[in-house]
Write a protein that binds this ligand. Sequence first.
Ligand SMILES: *[C@@H]1O[C@H](CO)[C@@H](O)[C@H](O)[C@H]1NC(C)=O
Length: 129
Amino acid sequence: MNLGIATLVSLALLLGAWVEAQYVATDHIRVFLFGQTAYFSEVAVDLHNNTCLSLDNNMIDGKVHSVLVGGHDIWDVYKRDDEWYCILYDNFDCTGSEDAMITVAGGTNNLGTVGWAQRVHGIRCINDD
Ligand SMILES: *[C@@H]1O[C@H](CO)[C@@H](O)[C@H](O)[C@H]1NC(C)=O
């Protein structure tokens, strides 16, 4: 019985590692964007290293409220041991000085509290490996 449970736990861990591998790789990472009512509107985007992703024509443009980098829930994000981080921009081409951007390494659950609830229009992620 104990062996059975241990095997199940191992399988679950393996599956977890596999799912994680789908989201994070050397050359790309998946980022989950959530709208105002966290799980109501959700968009997953795949970003390549140091490439600007414009949210122009994306339904979540200007509505991003929460962000998870490299995992679909906080536990997956906690388990990451890579060097990816993302920069959110208040413009579509990921330009501007520091007041036009905000850096997110793992995730943020309330951009509203820092005045960024309606501001995200572009994303760039960097693998600082
Ligand atoms: C990702 O891009 C940054 C900026 O150009 C570069 O410094 C870094 O080495 C790149 N990472 C990888 C894994 O190639």
